[in-house]
Structures are given as structure tokens and as C-alpha cells.
Design a protein around this ligand. Sequence first.
Ligand code: PLP
Length: 346
Amino acid sequence: MTSERIVDLRSDTVTKPTDQMREAMANAEVGDEVFWEDPTTNLLQERVAELCGEEAALFVPSGSMGNLVSLRTMAGPGDEVICDSDAHILNYEVASLAAVAGIQARALPGKWGVLDPDTLVSAIRPGSHTFPRTKVIALENTHNLAGGTIYPMDDIRAARKVADEYDLKIHMDGARIFNASVASGVPVSDYCALVDGMTFCFSKGLGCPVGSMVVGSADFIHEAHRFRKMHGGGMRQTGVLTAACLVALDTMIDRLAVDHLNARRLAEGIDQIAPGATTPFNVQTNMVLVTTEKLGYGPDEFVHAMGERGIRCLAYRRGIVRMVTHKDVSDADISWALEQTAAVAR
Ligand SMILES: Cc1ncc(COP(=O)(O)O)c(C=O)c1O
């Protein structure tokens, strides 16, 4: 059986640009961005900096490059970045920190991606010529592998206290920071105020075809610009891309609340079909993690069975499949996905 109706729940990165974005892209004023001369990108960088309460912002091709450039700006070869063991920078960025930047990532046990201050302190290396130098604490908000969970403000404050005491920087991988902000009611600028630099993505729930941002102090961004070029991320007439991001700032942020409601409804529906297959209470933003055993399947088998019925989802980690809501998934699509889940459940 193969369905003609497709509901793609694999990721929010599958979102397609809106008509308004396409029109803005076609008409964008452009210039050479490596010379800081692209007016559309300059405007985006100014608007993002203002929104984040930061001095400056830099457009980068991807979240992965944003993380790499940020961390390379905060640390160098022989230095160590401490992070949760499920962090995206550790698991899904092809070991770029080690391979490209010469930085060692040290994995710490977190709870839903959150690190407690004692764990952080215990990982900080004593100053000695035999040890790597601990330079950065990296936090992820929302946390992808934990299922879109929000990093609580109190825990960020606790990490800040440790960072200040031990003279460390804090990097926030805020790929989905607007999901965190819309769901928690905490302005993005409040998150930024507690960290030294942050990366976020326009190419996920905000629906743009390409692009991420790095934000921070003017000095930090000046140096990040150099590392962006070093890593091959110096682009030219980026206005054709950043025009879509400007549209996203105006039209795509508030609507994330709809994705969160849809995710919650999906989780509650699956939980009714197979109690314990999801944890609706922990669906904080736009991701649902499904324990497929409860539906009578292994993850690959479940993905295949749902795929046959037009519902695309992703085998994620041991025993778990991920479903992500986004702007191209409607309320009716959620009902349809639930019907198909009920139909395949054993
Ligand atoms: C938490 C997190 N950080 C970084 C990235 C990397 O973004 P990109 O795919 O644009 O490189 C992702 C992508 O899914 C992510 O989920």
C-alpha cells in the first residue's frame, strides 16, 4: 500500500518557503556580503541583533557552521568544550569540533539535556600543562535528542554562575530558540543575556530555505566573521537568502505556537492508541518521541509501516521514532497521522 497523501513529520527542516518569501527573494537588493555590502543581509543582521539584545549578528549557511564558528571563536586547538552527552554538536556535526577546529568536546550526563552545576564544576579541568583547557560550556535550547525540551532559565543562570566563577564562556546552540521562546514566554533576548554567543536557525520551524545566525558582542562577531571565511562560509549576494529570513521574522515566529499545539495533540492521540508510547507531558515544543515497542514495532519497521501510508517519520535513537510538527503540517494532517497510527498499531 502506498499513499498519495504525504505528511512529512521527519523534521522541521523539510519546510518549504512561503510565497511571500519567494517574492522577497526574487526582488532582494544585493551586494557582496564578504565586504559587508549586502544591504538585505546587513538589515537582517541589524534586526536580529536588536531582537536578541546583542551588539551584532552574522548570517551563516547552516546551524552546524554557526556552532563551529562560534565555538572556534571562543576556543582553539587543545581546548575543551563541555556539553551534554546528547548534544547536537557532539553527535550530529560529523565531529567537526575535533576534525576542523582541534577542539575536544567532553560529554557530561544531563537530564533531558540539562546539566546541573555540580556536574559542570566536576568536569572543569585544573590549570596544568598536562590537561586540555576547559574554555566553554555549550547548552542546547531546545534540545533536539531530548525531544524539543526547553532549557529552563534557572538552569541557564546556574550555568552562568559556574562560567563566571571559572572564567568560561557559554555558547547556546539555539537552533530552535524561537520554539523555546514562544513556548516558555521567555524573550530570546533574555536567553541571550545569559550567554556569550548563540546560534539559531531560520531553516527549521521558521520555514526559510537556507540560513542561520550567530549573535553576540561586536568583538565576538568580528572574529566569528573571520572564522566563517576560514571555514568556507564567506558568501556573496546573500540577500537572495536573507530576504526570506526578514519575512520569517515578521510572519513565522508567533505561528510556532500552532506547531506546539499540533505536537501536543499528536502525542496525546498516540498515547490514547498505545498508552506509554509517548510522554505528552514532556512535549514542550514541536517534537514527539514515540517508543515504537508500545505500538508493536521496532523503529525501522514502524517508519516503514507509516511510510506505506504516507506518514514520514524518523527512526531516531534506540527504540524511538521522532515526529516533528511544522508549518507544512496542518491540523487535518495530524488527524490523518493519528488515523494511520491507529491503523498500523498491533
Ligand atoms: C539542535 C541543533 N543544532 C544544530 C543543528 C544544525 O543545523 P543545520 O542542519 O542547519 O546544520 C540542528 C539541526 O537539526 C539542530 O537540531
